[in-house]
Design a protein around this ligand. Structure first.
Ligand code: UTP
Length: 404
């Protein structure tokens, strides 16, 4: 795309601010900017102000509770270990996020949660995976999703750390797609004078990105029937948990989610329920107050707090149209250019467009809410301080006997 056609097109769609600094740029910067512009999917902007499809009927979904899981633990665990021993499960580790709330400028998986020693989130997770693999007598494949901006750092970190002792030939990296970020009034930001602000397009893009890298074929070759999709930032995350795998298979579900009971109406956690009869997760920023506070007998009615640990049947996923998942608007702090200066805002200043893994749940015919003990399995590192922060995650790790 040349300057004239870029100018014409951007003026037509009201995004001419992207050329604001064009005159100041060097020839190679100009080339870079025009390349960014021609590679940008401007259609995502249409999602701003789009009325939410109002659901007809929202209903709570009964979880498989701790007591029942404990009663049938031997049966579930044996079934799960059997699947793992046959190589029928794999992990997708979602590590493409930007961690803006944490304010850490490296991949979140590299964050050092140790106190007296170095202990990255990646190391913590892969050591846990090794333990499960050891119990099953077989290492399961792990597909690590990165973003354009953090892929090199991530891959190098794994190399430098000897893949944390996990078999290297079982670890696959793939890069997720991007979407532009914009101000609240829909103007796409420049991150630098010559770079369009492009952010990873949310964790729901994992399947499409995995397929476009050909890694679905690798999964098939490996004989993977169950995909355990997990976030990188829960320091108590358990991967390919035999109990979880076994219960899902034994109970005949297409999909399952590890959930914790939501404690407070204000807690920022997505809720697994049914919408118009289908399993659905309503994100915390998309939830209205009435729903947040609905309660019965002193208990929150919608209490299945998802922990970003899902299990999907690979075959059913393959038959699902993953290309059609909607974009969600996430209010974020976005580094951008303002009056010639790069601004690092302290408060959210615009939208990022994100596809969410929870929309895949909605595309499944059913989903098992599998309850886990909050203090044993849920300690997300989202914020620099306060709730879900480094301090709360460290305290919970110590409570679980992990020496930091
Ligand atoms: P979050 O939604 O908490 O986003 O990610 P984040 O980017 O880590 O942090 P903030 O919102 O900017 O502060 C939940 C999980 O999904 C992954 C993250 O790496 C994390 O494991 N994720 C998120 C992706 O893999 N890609 C994305 O585009 C977004």
């Amino acid at each position: 795309m040349d300057y004239q056609s870029a100018k014409k097109y951007l003026t037509e769609i009201g995004q001419e601010q992207l050329l604001e600094y064009y005159d100041e740029l060097t020839p190679s910067q100009r080339e870079q900017l025009l390349e960014d512009i021609s590679g940008t999917d401007f259609s995502v902007i249409q999602n701003i102000g789009m009325p939410h499809k109002s659901p007809q009927r929202i209903e709570p979904l009964k979880p498989l509770e701790l007591s029942e899981i404990s009663r049938r633990s031997k049966e579930f665990e044996a079934a799960g270990l059997n699947l793992l021993a046959q190589g029928k499960a794999a992990v997708v580790l979602l590590a493409g996020g930007q961690g803006t709330r944490l304010g850490f400028d490296k991949p979140k998986g590299m964050f050092n949660i140790g106190v007296t020693r170095n202990l990255s989130l990646f190391e913590l997770h892969f050591k846990n995976m090794l333990t499960v693999a050891g119990r099953a007598g077989r290492a399961f494949p792990v597909f690590v999703m990165t973003s354009r901006s953090n892929n090199d750092d991530t891959v190098n970190f794994f190399k430098e750390n000897g893949y944390f002792g996990y078999p290297q030939n079982k670890i696959y990296f793939f890069i997720q797609d991007v979407a532009p970020a914009c101000s609240f009034d829909g103007k796409i930001f420049l991150e630098q004078k010559h770079r369009v602000s492009l952010a990873p397009n949310g964790n729901g893009g994992w399947y499409k990105s995995l397929v476009s890298c050909g890694l679905d074929k690798v999964m098939e070759r490996e004989g993977v029937e169950w995909i355990n999709v997990c976030g990188v930032d829960n320091v108590l995350q358990s991967f390919c948990d035999p109990l979880f795998l076994g219960a899902t298979v034994k109970e005949g579900y297409a999909c399952a989610a590890k959930i914790v009971l939501k404690e407070r109406p204000e807690e920022n956690v997505g809720l697994l329920c049914t919408v118009d009869g289908r399993p659905s997760v309503i994100e915390y920023y998309e939830m209205d107050d009435r729903l947040k506070r609905a309660s019965k007998d002193g208990r929150l009615l919608y209490c299945n707090g998802v922990t970003l640990n899902y299990l999907f049947n690979a075959d059913i996923l393959k038959r699902t149209n993953c290309a059609d998942f909607p974009y969600h608007l996430a209010k974020k702090k976005i580094v951008h250019m303002e009056k010639g200066v790069q601004v690092h805002p302290a408060e959210p200043c615009g939208y990022k467009f994100e596809t969410l893994v929870v929309d895949m749940v909605n595309a499944m015919e059913n989903c098992l809410p599998f309850q886990v003990e909050r203090n044993r399995e849920f300690a997300p590192v989202k914020n620099a301080e306060g709730a879900d922060s480094v301090a709360t995650a460290r305290a919970l790790l110590e409570e679980n006997g992990i020496k930091l």
